[in-house]
Ligand binder design. Structure first.
Ligand code: GH3
Ligand code: MG
Ligand code: MG
Length: 348
């Protein structure tokens, strides 16, 4: 009973060069374990890789290399990562015991072997290792589920739900630290007519490419790129001032233009372009992140109204929330905007 797990008998690999010792250890079979024997290193590795035992019972004294070295070699194999090794040592000697744990074995028993002690240790180690593996599997499943609820299925970037969680978190962090938080909302221009012309699947492929292009630009670990809606993307930039956010928006618009995704029914250009609305805020403690979204949305609306394929910063909020250090940069931002328009519109 004790030697089974999930209806399967546990398998013990006995490693000992002495036939007599191995035969004695076969008594484990009487307790319901399956047993295989190896007399040297080559056999051990072969059997281990073929059979994936639940536990290795390893004698410390072997003629070619000692059991401790066996243990190190064995545990360096990828598949052995979670297999417990129980070593058999000659006597309760501090140095020997230290080596047992140094080489990665989980526990030891001393000679002469006490049957009860041996059984208890084997049972406990197998149970622990199986629990550990179940925990890892459950954790992986949890990660998979978390990914499912926070990642957009089509583009594989963060979804709207993750966006809202993250902007809330960063809004509070920036309020606490009194640092600027920037948000860029991006919307694909004339995307409805792109779908109508090239089909919905081509539209999907274009969205995937755009998401990747944005991800390639947005690099800092605290930044987040999300799919905000159908053909809308959002970029959250904590600790980023107006000028920094403008540069990112500029690079994104440029990168998407450089993809040169033909769009013959676009009103002004022959390929897909983006419009962007930016907002930068040092959040007031106790305020709500909705305000930065509204501000970026207004700026996006202005960019659309200005003819699309451009980005706008929401200046109404800049006046009330910027500190002088980065309010100064508005001239540079205006310059970046006009340079973007000048260079890009002549190039394509
Ligand atoms: P504008 O320049 O004003 O943004 O024009 P638009 O056509 O991009 O905007 P509109 O809101 O009229 O249309 C958005 C289009 O985006 C309509 C919809 O078919 C398309 N869209 C939204 N989500 C997806 C998607 O997941 N895949 C594809 N292929 N298209 C999508
Ligand atoms: Mg839209
Ligand atoms: Mg659009």
């Amino acid at each position: 009973m004790e030697a089974t797990h999930q209806g399967k008998q546990s398998l013990v690999l006995i490693v000992d060069n002495e036939t007599f010792n191995r035969q004695q250890l076969r008594l484990l079979e009487q307790s319901g374990y399956r047993v295989v024997e190896a007399k040297d290193g080559t056999e051990t590795i072969n059997l281990f890789q073929q059979l994936h035992p639940d536990l290795v019972l390893l004698d410390a004294i072997m003629p070619d290399m000692d059991g401790f070295e066996y243990c190190s070699v064995l545990l360096s194999i990828e598949e052995s990562k979670y297999t417990p090794v129980l070593m058999i040592i000659e006597l309760e000697d501090t140095k020997l015991i230290e080596r047992v744990f140094q080489v990665g074995a989980m526990d030891y028993v001393t000679k002469p072997l006490n049957r009860q002690v041996l059984h208890q240790r084997i049972r406990r180690l197998i149970e622990q290792s199986q629990l550990h593996q179940e925990l890892l599997a459950a954790n992986q499943e949890l990660q998979r589920l978390v990914t499912l609820v926070t990642i957009d299925f089509l583009t594989q970037i963060a979804n709207r739900r993750r966006f809202e969680e993250y902007i809330d978190q960063e809004w509070w962090r920036m309020a606490r630290e009194q640092q600027p938080l920037s948000l860029i909302l991006l919307d694909v221009d004339y995307f409805k007519s792109y779908n109508d012309t090239y089909g919905h699947q081509a539209g999907d492929r274009a969205l995937i490419k755009i998401a990747k292009a944005i991800l390639d630009i947005v690099q800092r670990p605290a930044d987040l790129v999300a799919r905000y809606g159908g053909e809308e993307f959002a970029v959250i930039l904590p600790d980023t001032d107006e000028l920094g956010a403008t540069k990112i928006a500029e690079k994104i618009c440029f990168a998407v233009r450089r993809l040169v995704m033909t769009h013959s029914h676009s009103q002004f250009t022959s390929h897909i372009t983006l419009s962007a609305g930016l907002s930068t805020v040092i959040p007031e403690p106790g305020s709500n992140f909705e305000e930065i979204i509204t501000a970026a949305d207004q700026a996006l609306y202005q960019a659309k109204a200005a003819g699309r394929d451009c980005f706008k910063h929401n200046n109404s909020l800049v006046g009330s929330t910027c500190n002088h250090k980065w309010r100064k940069s508005s001239e540079q931002i205006a310059m970046a905007q006009s340079m973007y328009l000048a260079t890009e519109h002549t190039r394509f």
